[in-house]
Design a protein. Structure first.
Ligand SMILES: [Fe+2]
Length: 382
C-alpha cells in the first residue's frame, strides 16, 4: 500500500488573466484547448504561446489515432510547458503529451507505462466540473485499434500544477454541466465505497459528495424551469459554479487514491461503442450498480454513504439512495440503455468485456461482482 500524497500544486483564481500574469505564459508554452475556450478566454489576452485545437484531431473522447496524429504534428514544434485548458478529453491528451518523446506513439506508452518519465512540465486548467483529472495520474484513451477503452496510469502524468479558475465555467452549456457534475458525483461515491481508500481519501470523497449534491439541490430548488425543456434552460447552477468545480477537484483527489469502480467499468463500453458522453454513461449505470451492491451486501460502508446523502437531502436514511436518483434525474433525465440504440444481445458481450479488461476498476468495487451479476446490472439499466 502506498501512502496518501498529492504531488500536484493546486491553485485557485477567479479569473484567467490572474493565472496568465502569475505564471507568465509565453512563446515556449504549448496550450492544448478547444476553439470555443480559445475564443472566449485566450484570444482576448493576445498571448504568444503556441496553441493546438483538439477539434482538428476529431470529436468525442480521446482515441489512440487522435493522440498519435497530435504527437506526429508536434514533432516539428519546440516547447517547454504543456498547458491543458479544457475538459476530460483535452486533459487526457495533454497528460500523454507531457510524457511523450518525439518519436513515441500511444502503443509504445502503454507498453512501457512503468518507465514513463515527465518530458514537459504540465499545467492543467479544467473547464468542466467533472473529471477531477487535474489531480489524478490516469489518462483514459479509447484504443480503437485494439477495440478497448483503457486507462494509462503513471506517476509521471501527475500535473505539476492544477489551476481552478472559477471564470472558466461561465460559458459551459447546461448539458456539459449536467454530465460532468454527474461524473464528479459518481467519482465521489465510488471512491467513498472503495475498499482501497484511506481516512484522508474518504474525507475528500465525502466532502465532495456533500458539496455536489447540496449544490444540485439548491440549483433544482430555485431553478427557472420551462415546461418545454426544463433541463436545458436552467442556468441557476452557475450561482454554485465554484462549489461544483471544487467538489469535482476533491472527488478527483478521492478517486485518485481510492479508485473508481463498477459504475465506470460498466459505463466504458457505452462510451467506446456508442459514444455516449462519459458522465452520462456513468449516470446510466449508477443506479443499477448501487442496487446490486445493496442486494449483495446491504450492510457496510454503503450505510455510511446513505447517512451522508440523507443528511444533505433531508431524507430518511432508508430513502437516501432513491432521493439521490431522483435528484440526479432532475439534473439530467436518465434514459434506459435501449433508447441509445444498444441491442439486448450486446449486454453479454459488454459484461464479458468488462470482466476481461476493467479489473483495474473492478478491484475497487464495494463488493465483488461476477460476470453474471454484471450482466444483471446491464439488464436492469436496459
Ligand atoms: Fe469519470
Amino acid at each position: 500500500m502506498t501512502g496518501f500524497s498529492i504531488p500536484t500544486d493546486i491553485l485557485e483564481f477567479d479569473r484567467f488573466s490572474q493565472f496568465v500574469s502569475q505564471e507568465k505564459v509565453n512563446k515556449d508554452d504549448l496550450i492544448i484547448t478547444s476553439e470555443r475556450t480559445y475564443k472566449h478566454f485566450i484570444e482576448p489576452m493576445k498571448l504568444d504561446a503556441q496553441v493546438i485545437y483538439r477539434e482538428k484531431y476529431g470529436k468525442g473522447e480521446p482515441t489512440d489515432e487522435m493522440v498519435d496524429a497530435i504527437l506526429s504534428d508536434l514533432k516539428t514544434k519546440t516547447f517547454e510547458r504543456v498547458i491543458a485548458i479544457g475538459g476530460g478529453t483535452i486533459i487526457d491528451i495533454s497528460k500523454v503529451i507531457a510524457v511523450s518523446k518525439a518519436d513515441d506513439c500511444v502503443d509504445d506508452l502503454y507498453d512501457c507505462s512503468e518507465k514513463l518519465k515527465k518530458i514537459h512540465p504540465l499545467i492543467i486548467i479544467p473547464t468542466t466540473c467533472g473529471t477531477g483529472s487535474e489531480v489524478t495520474n490516469i489518462s483514459v484513451i479509447n484504443r480503437v485499434r485494439k477495440g478497448v477503452k483503457m486507462g494509462l496510469a503513471s506517476e509521471a502524468m501527475y500535473a505539476d500544477k492544477a489551476v481552478l479558475i472559477m471564470e472558466m465555467l461561465d460559458s459551459l452549456p447546461y448539458k456539459i454541466f449536467a454530465t460532468s457534475s454527474i461524473d464528479a458525483m459518481v467519482h465521489s461515491v465510488e471512491s467513498f465505497l472503495s475498499p482501497n481508500g484511506c481516512s484522508i481519501s474518504y474525507m475528500f470523497s465525502k466532502e465532495a459528495l456533500k458539496k455536489i449534491i447540496i449544490a444540485w439541490k439548491k440549483t433544482m430548488d430555485c431553478g427557472n424551469k420551462s415546461e418545454a425543456n426544463e433541463m436545458y434552460t436552467n442556468e441557476n447552477w452557475k450561482k454554485y459554479a465554484s462549489d461544483f468545480l471544487i467538489g469535482s477537484n476533491w472527488a478527483g483527489i478521492g478517486f485518485g487514491y481510492a479508485g473508481c469502480a463498477a459504475v465506470h467499468a460498466c459505463a466504458y463500453p457505452l462510451g467506446s461503442v456508442y459514444h455516449i458522453p462519459h458522465g452520462q454513461s456513468n449516470q446510466l449505470m449508477f443506479e443499477a450498480v448501487m442496487r446490486k451492491y445493496k442486494e449483495i451486501q446491504p450492510y457496510g460502508r454503503i450505510n455510511e454513504l446513505e447517512k451522508v446523502i440523507a443528511d444533505c437531502l433531508e431524507s430518511k436514511v432508508d430513502d437516501a439512495m432513491e432521493a439521490l436518483y431522483s435528484l440526479m434525474n432532475q439534473v439530467l433525465c436518465c434514459e434506459p440503455l435501449h433508447k441509445f440504440g444498444i441491442k439486448e444481445d450486446e449486454l453479454s458481450v459488454f459484461s464479458k468485456n468488462v470482466i476481461n479488461t476493467q479489473q483495474r476498476l473492478l478491484k475497487n468495487n464495494y463488493v465483488n461482482l461476477t460476470e453474471e451479476q454484471i450482466l444483471e446490472i446491464y439488464k436492469f439499466a436496459y
